[in-house]
Write a protein that binds this ligand. Structure first.
Ligand code: NAG
Length: 434
């Protein structure tokens, strides 16, 4: 009897130990830009905060001079064996002027250590620049823009179209190539393309158009390389009006996007369209308050996770979409105490997984906070536990997937609330025990 009770207590304490925050630190990167819109900390930036080797990199806009004039800035710091000071520089040869929330920065790093940047798009020609050598692999003492080439409007070695381009994303594959993904077209009528950079040749090549609109467009939650597969999930928008977002779609690739399969394992011809058989996993009607481009991730066991909210139950909720490695999907509301019902078009969150843990980083816009929740495979991913709350937030938190996977630290890029001059861009680190 005593032994049983001791065992029960031990089991309880093991469960409560399942995931917890062991340390919290933050850094004020800079003041956020001056301007009437958000240009930093938008959900579709893949990536703004990214670890490679023993360094972490952060890409952000900073006011150059006066109202609505910004420079792309790049920061780095050592994170292993210990966390060092941030170093920054600005690219002063390109002034960002369009006050439009699409016109963010995305950063990717190929296995040769070259740092790739793409920025300032909303249905315009490609803007791309890359470091001249592998500065993230053979890390130079000096940190300055002179390590980078000029802004280019095509990917060297590959074939277009390069306009009208929006939403560039980068994702490194298992073999160290770098994929670049973007939309060509416009909201309500667009296609998605992929290109591939090879560290061996130092050149890009076209992987082609892989998603095609049917007088509508796919808005992806991300492209994720994990467990030898490439995962993509998306919703479809009929017109520029976000209320016409509908349904949840999914496809998976065994060859880094050259060919695709449905969740059930059937080959699906490229380009995939909204009516390709087997790609629509959940039917969610228009006017359900889906916000496009929320979040997705996958873990090393091949489980796929997405975060997308909707109001199909009558109340707007964040949902955790889970696909097991064998292809079974579930969609479960994240019902957690104290989290506000997300208002229509409220800030988007992130989801990130490591081992048997999944972490949801959910903005609580009515409370101006960002909340962090953890759940475990052992609890069927429904044992959500509050891990942290960041106060005074007014933006969409971004996460460093690589840092969590390799170092067990949840690192979050976030934008504060408040007026220009006080409002800061921040990086938050949460040490985790899992
Ligand atoms: C960051 O800025 C906030 C004000 O927004 C301040 O309260 C905080 O102490 C600063 N943090 C650090 C680490 O300097």
């Amino acid at each position: 009897m005593l032994l049983l009770r001791a065992l029960a207590l031990l089991t309880l304490s093991l469960f409560s130990l399942a995931i917890s925050v062991t340390s919290t630190n933050h850094w004020n990167i800079t003041n956020d830009v001056e301007g009437s819109v958000r240009l930093n900390s938008l959900a579709f930036q893949q990536h703004a905060l990214h670890t490679f080797g023993d360094y972490q990199y952060v890409a952000f806009y900073k006011t150059a001079s006066g109202y609505g004039k910004h420079y792309v800035n790049l920061g780095r710091r050592r994170i292993a064996p210990s966390v060092g000071e941030w170093q920054y520089f600005a690219f002063t040869d390109y002034e960002q002027k369009t006050l439009d929330e699409h016109n963010t920065i995305s950063l990717g790093i190929s296995a040769d250590g070259k740092i790739h940047l793409s920025f300032d798009h909303h249905d315009v020609p490609l803007n791309y620049r890359v470091s001249s050598s592998g500065i993230a692999k053979t890390v130079p003492e000096q940190w300055s823009a002179s390590a980078f080439g000029a802004v280019q409007h095509s990917l060297p070695g590959s074939t277009g179209p390069w306009t009208k381009l929006t939403y560039p994303r980068f994702e490194r594959t298992a073999n160290g190539d770098l994929l670049m993904e973007f939309r060509i077209g416009q909201s309500g009528a667009g296609d998605s393309y992929m290109h591939r950079y090879s560290p061996t040749s130092g050149q890009w090549s076209s992987v082609g158009k892989y998603l095609q609109g049917e007088d509508n467009n796919a808005y992806i939650n991300g492209i994720t390389s994990a467990a030898g597969k490439l995962f993509v999930s998306w919703t479809v928008r009929e017109t520029p009006d976000a209320s016409t977002n509908h349904d949840f779609y999914f496809a998976v690739s065994d060859d880094d996007g050259r060919s695709w399969k449905t969740s059930a394992g059937q080959s699906v011809a490229k380009p995939i369209t909204p009516s390709s058989p087997g790609v629509r996993v959940y039917s969610i009607p228009q006017n359900s308050e889906i916000i496009n481009q929320e979040a997705q991730c996958a873990d090393e066991k091949g489980r796929f996770h997405a975060l997308m909210r909707d109001k199909s139950s009558g109340t707007a909720r964040f949902y955790h979409y889970l696909r097991t490695a064998s292809g079974t999907f579930t969609k479960t509301a994240i019902n957690v105490p104290g989290l506000s019902t997300p208002p229509y078009l409220a800030y988007r969150g992130k989801i990130v997984a490591v081992g048997d843990t999944v972490i949801a980083v959910l903005p609580d816009q009515p409370k101006q906070t960002v909340t962090v929740w953890g759940a475990t495979a052992g609890g069927n991913y429904q044992d959500w536990k509050s891990l942290a709350t960041i106060a005074n937030m007014a933006g969409e938190p971004l996460v460093d997937y690589e840092r969590l996977t390799r170092f067990g630290v949840l690192s979050v890029f976030a934008r504060q609330g408040g007026a220009f001059g006080t409002r800061k861009l921040q990086v938050w680190d949460f040490g985790l025990q899992m």
